[in-house]
Design a protein around this ligand. Structure first.
Ligand SMILES: [Zn+2]
Length: 167
């Protein structure tokens, strides 16, 4: 009897019955928009980038590659740290498994990756980022037939403004 009770107690606490610590109020949607956004992982511009993606895609359901420096990691610049070079491989994976048709590249200024890792002072970052976005777009197009859009996000008087860059 004691053993039976013990077995019941085990059955009542399978690992998947633990109460959740949180349930999102956003319903799950399996829709894929076959787009990916690549941008800097800097959390201070994360909400604004989410809002912008919703604005240009009508939905936030795109895949995301958020890494320090964002599209800078796709530049073939020899200054890039070795660990950033995996982004191209990760994008290649998403292109294959999610059948991507579109990639959105977003650089932001000022960006600590440009300042600290590439040695580009804040006031010189925008022209450098525009060049890097062109190079990143070239790399993305070399992976597959993809529509590429590029933008810079600039902080102006506590607001974030997005500007399209021709790539
Ligand atoms: Zn950044």
């Amino acid at each position: 009897m004691e053993e039976h009770t013990g077995n019941l107690a085990l059955a009542e606490r399978p690992t998947d019955s633990a109460p959740p610590v949180y349930e999102s109020t956003t319903p799950f949607r399996s829709l894929r928009v076959r787009a990916a956004a690549i941008y800097c992982s800097d959390g201070t511009v994360g909400d604004q980038i989410d809002e912008f993606l919703r604005h240009i895609l009508d939905t936030p359901l795109c895949d995301r590659l958020a890494v320090p420096g964002g599209p800078a990691s796709l530049s073939s610049s020899s200054e890039l740290p070795e660990e950033t070079r995996g982004v191209e491989e990760q994008l290649r994976f998403l292109v294959r498994v999610h059948h991507l048709r579109r990639v959105i590249l977003i650089a932001h200024a000022p960006c600590a990756f440009y300042r600290q890792r590439l040695g580009v002072p804040d006031e010189s970052q925008l022209p450098r980022q525009e060049e890097d976005l062109k190079e990143a777009a070239r790399v993305v197009r070399s992976l597959a037939s993809l529509l590429v859009d590029a933008y810079t996000a600039r902080i102006v008087r506590a607001r974030v403004r997005f500007h399209q860059v021709s790539v």
